[in-house]
Design a protein around this ligand. Sequence first.
Ligand code: HSE
Length: 295
Amino acid sequence: MIKIKIPATSANLGAGYDSLGLALDFYNQVNMEESDSIDITSLDGVSIPTDKTNLVYKSASDLFKVCGKTLKGLKLEQTNNIPMARGLGSSSACIVAGLVGANTLLNNPLSTDDLVDIAAQIEGHPDNTAPALLGGIVTAVFDGKKVHWVKQEVYTKLKFVAIIPDFELKTDKARACIPKEISHKDAVYNLSRAALFSASLLTGKFENLRTAVHDRLHQPYRMKLIPHCREVFDIAYNHGAYGVYISGAGPAVMAIVDDNNDYFRGKVEFSLNTAGLGNWTVHEFHIHNSGVMVL
Ligand code: HSE
């Protein structure tokens, strides 16, 4: 069986809505082999579709179609560590697993660029799928068909601390709350911060991150869908985070923290419990620089 390890991802990074994302050292695994029927198992008890609607299966089937083939069936074994509908790229991980697994089964007819394009076409935006495939931090423009991207590896001494609530927020709902139009002033507000974010992260100018994560495109609207989000931001900043943003479509909140801030996690957990927010859990990650892995 092919074993595919796909990283969780954090998208938007504040102001870079639908354009910036990075990969984390936290993974789903999918084992895949060709079969005459559909045989899908969850290895960790997480409930997943076991028919044609399974996103890994659908994505694999899409890739076969692109290559002029018909997928008869697959044996899939899934380990879904990445929590679903929390803003950590769980659906992108399934899409990437399906595409990369199917491409491997066919002896790699498609290039990495092709996979980046097809994954974004399935997902509708590239900022989770591209870093899941490529690793590092990815800057991407999706023109509806093709993704124009740059991947950069990150070797700064930072950790990404996800503060995850026990409730889900579906991406569709979190996209529906965003206004259709914004002012010229707000556009400048966002594009300047998105540009500042990657430049500051990559050059180690971390004192800029607090300004760089502010945005006027999505976070103010999504905060209303995430009870106590503002309090969670304040707790993370009080314990020394450089920058705090809603990860992807939320509801997870991501704090960018110096690796030497040893007790950040424990202090945040303590403050959350004191504030009656014990339904939020704290998880420490680092950037994963190499993207999806076929073992
Ligand atoms: N850029 C996407 C969004 C990421 O914010 O809706 C979540 O899929």
